[in-house]
Design a protein around this ligand. Structure first.
Ligand code: PMV
Length: 347
């Protein structure tokens, strides 16, 4: 038996944006369909976890120096994890977390938050058990642990592209964790950028867990599962050949399918706002006029993610400033790009 001591781990983990959307889950926080995303660079969560020996588990969680609604979620998460990982019951957890991006910006903060927390916990597990995982085991475990907090978080612990969910014929793909995508894509895709046009930053009308649940009885459930698999397969091919036109057709179809599913679920939700549609129309007109390879994706909210390539940055920024900012809330937007994944802090 290991002598109990205090340990500490700190990690920074990015958020990610899905190109093929995860929507709907099976029991155990497993996805109904496979998804593909890329990790962002600027939108990160930094988390430090210090654990001290205790007779029973206790959690203190500070978000940006204050107790937050997230404290209860983290407590529940650790309680659920401790059923399988007994060592979690023997420590008091002192967790401090902060985001490098503003709250409620339409960037999925739960993905980076659970990504960072899971990385800290796997790091601590290594310290507590004095067992060293290989790099692959470490990130695979972190992805699994992140998934149990928030499904999409499992894709955040890798750099660039991550695939989550069983895709027939794709080696090592699994519902249990995301895997890094090491396919030889056209080099342009390593320069993807994501400009988030903040149409409305107020709280979502529907939580993603409620949204996922509505897929259980959805009229289009089976069609959606087949569609997502087909989109993912096509996207992986298109990204190899560099057919940008088809790439944007596919990711826009994914985003609009996600919203179509919400609009036609029971109860129905319309999260897009008039200005979301106005931004979409402008992006399509800009693409038509300039012939530039640009398009959009959308998460479960009203904000539009304008996806483009690094080489077109100057023209796209001029377009955003000239034509899109008047359609956003207070002229707000975030300019992010594909990133290098998580980073261990303090050595
Ligand atoms: O991880 P969750 O439960 O917050 O679900 C996220 C779902 C979408 O963001 C809408 C799509 C995705 O794949 O990220």
């Amino acid at each position: 038996m290991m002598m109990k001591k205090s340990y500490e781990a700190s990690w920074e983990c990015p958020s990610n944006i899905a190109l093929v959307k995860y929507w709907g889950k099976k029991p155990g926080q497993l996805p109904m369909n496979p998804s593909l995303s890329f990790s962002l660079k600027k939108a990160q969560t930094k988390t430090s976890v210090r654990i001290e020996p205790a007779s029973r588990r206790k959690v203190e969680f500070l978000f940006e120096g204050k107790t937050s609604f997230f404290t209860e979620r983290v407590e529940k998460y650790l309680a659920a994890m401790s059923l399988e990982h007994d060592w979690l019951n023997n420590y008091a957890f002192y967790i401090e977390s902060e985001n490098t991006f503003p709250h409620s910006t339409g960037i999925a903060s739960s993905a980076s938050a659970y990504g960072a927390l899971a990385l800290c916990l796997v790091d601590l597990k290594q310290q507590v058990t004095e067992k060293k995982f290989t790099t692959q085991q470490f990130f695979q475990k972190a992805s699994r642990w992140a998934r149990l907090g928030s499904g999409s978080a499992c894709r955040s612990v890798f750099s660039s592209f991550a695939l989550w969910g069983r895709l027939e014929g794709f080696p090592n793909s699994t519902d249990c964790n995301a895997i890094p995508v090491t396919e030889k894509f056209h080099p342009a895709y390593q320069s993807l950028r994501d400009a988030v046009l903040l149409v409305d930053s107020s709280k979502k009308q529907v939580s993603s867990s409620a949204g996922h649940e509505m897929m259980n009885e959805h009229d289009f459930k089976d069609v959606r599962i087949a569609q997502a698999n087909s989109h993912l397969r096509q996207l992986l091919e298109v990204m190899k050949t560099g057919d940008h036109q088809r790439f944007f057709q596919l990711i826009e179809k994914e985003a609009l399918s996600l919203h179509a599913l919400m609009m036609t679920s029971d109860p129905s939700f319309i999260l897009l706002q008039p200005n979301s549609l106005a931004v979409i129309a402008k992006i399509r007109a800009f693409r038509q006029q300039t012939g530039l390879a640009v398009g959009f994706t959308i998460d479960a909210g009203p904000n539009i993610h304008l996806i483009y390539f690094e080489q077109d940055k100057q023209m796209v920024h001029q377009f955003i400033e000239g034509e899109l900012l008047s359609l956003t809330e207070n002229g707000d937007w975030l300019d992010d790009c594909i990133g290098n994944g998580p980073r261990k802090l303090n050595g």
